[in-house]
Design a protein around this ligand. Sequence first.
Ligand code: ZN
Length: 351
Amino acid sequence: MRPLVIGLCAALVGCVSRGMAQEAPPPPPTSTSTQTTTTSSSSTPTAPPVTSTPSAPPRFRHARPSRSTSIGGPNNGSLEGGVALPERATGLVSNPRRPNATAFYGTAELINAIADAAAVVDRALPGGTLTVNDIGFQRGGPIDHHGSHQAGRDADVLFYLLDAQGQPHPSVGVPIDPEGNGTDYRDLMDPSDDVPLRIDLPRTWRFVQALLENEHALVQRIFVVEHLRTMLLDEARRQRAPRAVVQRFSEVTCQPAYAHDDHLHVRLFCSDEDLGAGCADASPMYPWRLAQIEAAGLAPVAETRARRRSRVVTEAEARASAPPMHESVRAFLDRRESWIVQPHPGRRYCR
Ligand SMILES: [Zn+2]
């Protein structure tokens, strides 16, 4: 059987791809697979074991907020002075197998905020690693598989995951069901290589809390599937998170047209500095943000230009072009139909 290193991704719309390169099963020596774009040279049969002790990641150095400017809006914008997410930093890795290989640039505020939040998780709950997928291109603009991510203020991050023993497991972009479980199916035709996984709610919530508490990077939006939104809210209460943070989370989260059951999509507001330099916010504009903008002597700028389309695949196209799958993969995808439909016309602030 031919290994399908892109695994379940091939059957999912908007799939954020697998996690780290070393998790791909090595191709057999006789493989003629052409899916080399998702396989790194480190996954050859002769590659050294990836579990060797990693050296400490380099210390993350904040980028100056003035270095970058987000121009226009998430759906039709660009980026000046884009800041690169480091390949590794405390508690985080930048996924080398992200869908768009060079989409690791964002505004200074976004990159600083992601790195800071991952470091908070690493200090509070050591052992897990945040995997960051697509952010945007160095100069922003349209990006395959995404409607937005054009102005340096959007980032996709994978959920922290646990293995069957409850230990941290490197993140992969697998859909998580309403019980909090997912499976890394790897070779979709081979049931013997399936890896059961579970969302790591304590670390995932702690990351979200740290982002929301960052006053230098105001979170406008977190897209996530409805059942994980509920589970994260329950976890927040379990951790006795500050009431204001929980309230903010419940306000900024929703399940949009694409379910977001395999990652979180975080979007920041324009910074005050960028607002006066061409940055524009997509909806919604919350009363609290409006009050801040007015208090700063600024005026809100709404994104008005139509979405600049990028290449995206429909659900039907993904299913139709999916490789052969064993029975439980098909059953999972059938079950997934029940939660990928947007559960309501939208929360108050979700289109
Ligand atoms: Zn996204």
